[in-house]
Ligand binder design. Structure first.
Ligand SMILES: C[S@@+](CC[C@H](N)C(=O)[O-])C[C@H]1O[C@@H](n2cnc3c(N)ncnc32)[C@H](O)[C@@H]1O
Length: 215
């Protein structure tokens, strides 16, 4: 094990101590997510959340689409950079958990700008004719390639596409992947890298974030 790996928890604390603080509402949401959900690790969390917030503040999007709301943590982070007249549409299929993001959206300054829908993202994309400045995809890995193909046309020029978990806990390096999700994520990373209508980079932050700007 390398010096870096051995000191990972220490390093996480160091990184947190030397970056902007997490807003109080997000700290409470993170805590409640760990108390009340069975898979709390799905939350974007502090570091990735601050990254999404910064990216959104640089981009100042008027329209954001998020696939995979979960408890709404990333929605609120992305919302920090939203244009004052902008909207975020965020989609999830889990009706049972909807009370949690809803209550935090209502308590946030973005309550009028978040359109939270319980809807399957594939179904939504087949019906929607809207275009977006920023799209964050963080659900349903086996359909990542399908999402890329459908969203490509819905992204405005200069628009930013962000896929989460694109290193798939290191499984993207497997030469004979067993899981369908690994194969799909490998295909997605290839597809974006070869697509001349995008400029892209995979950031090794957390489980890997694929950033692609539409030219
Ligand atoms: C990893 S979590 C999202 C985490 C969230 N973006 C965050 O950063 O805190 C994935 C979520 O996607 C939802 N999901 C799974 N399949 C979906 C689909 N086809 N359409 C919309 N949401 C879906 C799940 O219910 C789950 O809440």
């Amino acid at each position: 094990m390398s010096f870096f790996e051995e000191n990972l928890p220490l390093m996480d604390r160091y990184l947190e101590a030397h970056a902007s603080a997490e807003p109080e509402l997000l700290r409470l949401l993170r805590r409640e997510t760990y108390q009340k959900t069975t898979q709390p690790h799905m939350i974007s969390g502090y570091q990735q959340g601050r990254f999404l917030s910064l990216i959104s503040k640089i981009k100042r999007p008027k329209s954001i689409l998020e696939i995979g709301t979960f408890t709404g943590y990333a929605t609120l982070c992305l919302g920090e950079g939203l244009d004052p007249k902008g909207m975020i549409i965020t989609l999830d299929v889990n009706e049972d958990l909807a009370y949690l993001p809803k209550s935090y959206f209502e308590r946030s300054a973005l309550s009028d700008q978040i359109d939270f829908r319980i809807q399957n993202a594939l179904e939504y994309l087949d019906e929607c004719d809207q275009t977006f400045d920023l799209v964050f995809i963080d659900a349903d890995k086996e359909n990542y390639v399908t999402y890329f193909k459908k969203i490509k046309e819905r992204l405005n020029p200069g628009g930013l596409l962000i896929f989460d978990n694109v290193l798939w806990y290191g499984k993207v390096l497997e030469s004979e992947p067993k899981l369908k999700s690994t194969k799909v994520i490998q295909e997605l990373n290839e597809l974006i890298a070869r697509d001349e209508s995008f400029e892209n980079l995979i950031l090794p932050l957390r489980d890997g974030i694929h950033l692609a700007v539409k030219l």
